[in-house]
Unconditional design. Structure first.
Lengths: 743, 101
């Protein structure tokens, strides 16, 4: 394996005077050189403006000793060592369990167990796909008991293991909740002279076992894939009646004194904490953010919102592919120097021909702006797409219209599953990835990467620089945190090419900005589409539920449309009553990824309200029949004007694309019954509608409605009609002269 | 499933001449069939030098398993590389070599 350098930062948005830490891991290199660069264009392709960065002299400049830092993917719950658990000689460990990948050998449901020394007790799935239990004294003495019957994926089981030290009896129950022929309850038992090893410093884990015996969890393994609900630990060996009595509390009085812990996964749902409902309060925490607010074994379908029936959502879905925070040590820290211009930046690392960029953004000093234009960086969307596995996945070719061409990053991510997944991937067990973090290296949020999101957006920054248009940057996270105050000082806010993912706070801020007379340029398509939530306590992590419908890589399970981080209904903004057409006049209608096309002006483009947009553009010119992305300015994803979905009736559709290929298909939320002419070669819904409209208080909105628009700005050294139209709009929108309301 | 008519070498030639499209409706149906192939063993390309070099590869069909790289099939033209993928998939689906150079 060739050497590599990867890294991430603790923050992505900083102001002069603030500090940002960079965490780096390497393989195969002794040292690396680091500099800070301002990123102007990340596209290094032959048709592109070229890779352009400007060095920023900082204290970071220098050579650093390289080191490898590991990533431990896989979620679990950890309870700190407790005398109440340490002192157990007899026990009953029980839970409702839904395995989702039972074919994978060695998955732990729960236990206090160190694998190398086989000390403690544990409930697990073995290499035969059956529930098992084991006890070990840590001195070579072990006793393992297997159910003898493989379990089925996606079915709930009552699983219980009980050990009575006096008789040496170890029992195991495996009781499917869906009973059908060949899928029956099993109870097995054995006797042993082995005793549960007494180690006083071991944590109790749910969903993994300890591999190094460290009290803080240390290195763990045998991650569980599936759902666990109602885990309960008792201090004596219960019989079946006792086990059943403990299910779904309240704890029966006759048994309650023997209950060591009864974890209620429905409590503190919006946090990474788990609560012990017993008086012992053996509370714990979750590592690597497994999915909460999922249906448990009691779910009936009567309640579809976990907030309405938390007791039906008391399960946690663990995955061996969950990853939140790599937790690496910082290798260097930057204090942003005074005078650093706002913009896209990166720590650029070099070693032995290997290059890495760790991106971040610099804002103007607090309370100031340095431009009339604010470029809103779609960092929420960058996170949704973080470390995708498109090239090795199913859909790349089907919607891409070309044979798959994998990048080096695709190959790296395939070979390094520990780097985590994007919201376009499935977990190991096939369930959708609903949580994405930026506290890990994100290989496609980098210069020189694929021309999608980050790199496609640098076509826009490159154009702004080339045309001498001053701009400040603001990340989605900033807008989410600070609200409209973050953008209020600007004459104009402009998006990147694909601002697809938004929190409620972000949309509220943008709506308020527009209502107060702000000017808004939507320089892309399929924006304001998915509703997402940032975690309220944990930095750098975002949740998404792909609910109901929409163009999506996976579908949320029934009853799991409400997000765990905030309790908000997830899915498309359209299904929450805020379709994208209400934000910027147009909304997602079609996508395809083979060839792009061009626009033609419509009669409304000659209306005096909008004619200025086309100053310098002929009446019959094809607009954008060129470009880096598919050879045209109208492509990849397209939006249309649709009054029924909230496009303002007074808006002007000033240009419309045409001539799209059959690979472009109308998105499924615009199709009720499928029919055999949904392609761009046959259906005029496949189009980008370029829209302009005035808002109250002298504001205005302009939307290009195509992701490929930005890729056409550079054509003919920026001398082209896409560049001309964009510049006409940006300069007019930065001019404070109010837009008169249409008559 | 759409059957590929191995006598339609004219459609293969159309692809070779214009691998990136747009394609005729008949060729498109062949390409759809090729794209619908299962992931395991699917012939793809890996770009080893950005914008300059591509290698024929086969997908493992399972994340984390190695991608098989055909180091004897290296291309400096993406169009040439696409043509080889086309021919490999043609053969895998039809069982017959595509008799077009």
């Amino acid at each position: 394996m060739a050497g590599f350098i990867t890294g991430y930062s603790d923050r992505i948005s900083v102001r002069p005077g603030e500090t940002i830490k960079f965490m780096v891991s390497t393989q195969g290199v002794e040292s690396y050189d680091a500099t800070i660069v301002r990123v102007i264009c990340g596209d290094d392709g032959p048709q592109s403006p070229g890779y352009k960065v400007e060095p920023l002299k900082t204290s970071v400049d220098g050579r650093y000793k390289a080191r490898f830092q590991s990533i431990h993917a896989g979620s679990y719950a950890i309870m700190p060592p407790s005398p109440l658990i340490d002192g157990l000689t007899s026990f009953t460990a029980q839970a409702m369990v839904m395995p989702t990948l039972p074919a994978k050998p060695w998955q732990v449901v729960m236990g206090k167990w160190v694998e190398p020394s086989e000390c403690g007790f544990v409930v697990y799935i073995d290499d035969k796909g059956q529930f098992c239990t084991g006890i070990g004294d840590g001195k070579g003495g072990t006793c393992f008991l297997r159910s003898g019957r493989p379990v089925h994926a996606g079915r709930w089981y009552l699983v219980a293991a009980a050990f009575d030290v006096a008789s040496g009896t170890l029992r195991l129950w495996q009781e499917p909740q869906d009973v059908y022929p060949g899928h029956d309850a099993v109870a097995v038992e054995t006797t042993t002279k082995v005793r549960v090893g007494a180690r006083a410093d071991l944590p109790f884990l749910i969903g993994a076992w300890s591999e190094d015996g460290r009290a803080d969890g240390g290195t763990v393994g045998a991650h569980f894939n599936g759902r666990i609900d109602d885990p309960i630990l008792s201090r004596r060996a219960l019989d079946r009646a006792g086990i059943l009595a403990l299910r779904h509390g309240p704890l029966p009085r006759t048994i309650a004194p023997d209950v060591v812990a009864a974890w209620d996964f429905a409590a503190d749902m919006m946090s990474d904490r788990i609560r012990d409902a017993s008086p012992n309060r053996l509370d714990g925490r979750l590592v690597n953010l497994p999915t909460r607010a999922v249906r448990d074994s009691l779910w009936t379908g009567e309640a579809l919102d976990w907030k309405q029936a938390p007791g039906h959502y008391g399960a946690i879905h663990f995955h061996d592919s969950d990853l939140y925070d790599c937790g690496w040590q910082a290798d260097f820290t930057l204090t942003v120097p005074a005078g650093a211009r706002s913009g896209f930046y990166a720590a650029r690392l070099f070693a032995d021909g290997i290059e890495e960029h760790i991106p971040f953004w610099i804002r103007p000093p607090a309370g100031t702006t340095t431009a009339k234009l604010c470029f809103l960086v779609s960092t929420a969307s960058y996170m949704a797409y973080a470390n995708p596995h498109f090239g090795t996945g199913r859909y790349s070719e089907l919607i891409g219209g070309a044979f798959s061409v994998l990048t080096r990053a695709d190959v790296f991510l395939n070979n390094h599953p520990e780097y985590g997944l994007s919201c376009y991937d499935m977990h190991s067990d096939g369930s959708g990835v609903s949580i994405t973090s930026r506290l890990r290296p994100i290989l496609n949020m980098r210069p020189r990467g694929p021309l999608w999101e980050y790199n496609a957006d640098t076509h826009v920054t490159d154009w702004l620089e080339a045309r001498g248009i001053a701009y400040d940057v603001l990340t989605d996270e900033d807008l989410h945190t600070e609200g409209v105050a973050a953008i209020a000082p600007y004459a104009c806010v402009m998006t990147g090419t694909h601002p697809e993912y938004d929190t409620k706070e972000m949309l509220d801020a943008l709506d308020a900005y527009k209502e107060r007379g702000g000017r808004f340029i939507y320089l892309g398509a399929n924006g304001f589409y998915w509703r997402v939530a940032y975690h309220r306590e944990l930095p750098g992590v975002m949740e998404l539920r792909r609910a109901e419908d929409g163009s999506r890589a996976w579908a949320a399970e029934p009853g799991e449309y409400y997000m765990s981080f905030t309790g908000e209904y997830g899915g498309m903004w359209r299904r929450s009553g805020r379709p994208p057409q209400r934000m910027a006049g147009t909304g997602f209608v079609a996508q395809g990824f083979d060839l792009s096309s061009y626009y033609r002006r419509l009669p409304a483009s000659h209306d005096p309200r909008a004619a200025w947009i086309f100053d310098g553009v002929g009446a019959d010119e094809r607009i954008g029949d060129f470009g880096i992305l598919g050879g045209g300015a109208a492509g990849w994803e397209l939006d249309w004007y649709d009054v029924t979905n909230g496009s303002p009736p007074h808006a002007l559709v000033v240009a419309r694309s045409e001539g799209h290929t059959a690979n472009y298909q109308v998105v499924n939320e615009e199709v009720l019954f499928n029919y055999p002419f949904l392609g761009g070669d046959a259906n005029d819904m496949v189009r980008a509608d370029m829209v302009f409209y005035e808002t109250s208080k002298g504001g205005a909105v302009f939307s290009t409605s195509s992701i490929a628009w930005g890729g056409a700005l550079f054509h003919n050294r920026y001398d082209n009609n896409v560049s001309c139209i964009t510049e006409n709009v940006v300069r007019r929108f930065c001019d404070p002269t109010p837009f008169p309301p249409p008559r | 499933m759409y059957p590929i008519d191995t006598s339609r070498t004219d459609l293969a030639r159309e692809f070779k001449k214009n691998p990136f499209g747009p394609h005729s409706a008949e060729l498109q149906r062949i390409l759809n069939r090729m794209r619908w192939e299962p992931l395991k063993g699917k012939f793809v390309l890996v770009c080893t030098k950005p914008h300059k070099e591509w290698i024929l590869a086969e997908l493992p069909g399972e994340r984390g398993k190695p991608i098989t790289m055909h180091h004897d099939q290296v291309f400096t033209s993406l169009a040439d590389a696409e043509w080889v993928v086309f021919k490999r998939r043609w053969k895998r689906i039809t069982g017959q070599e595509l008799a077009v150079d």
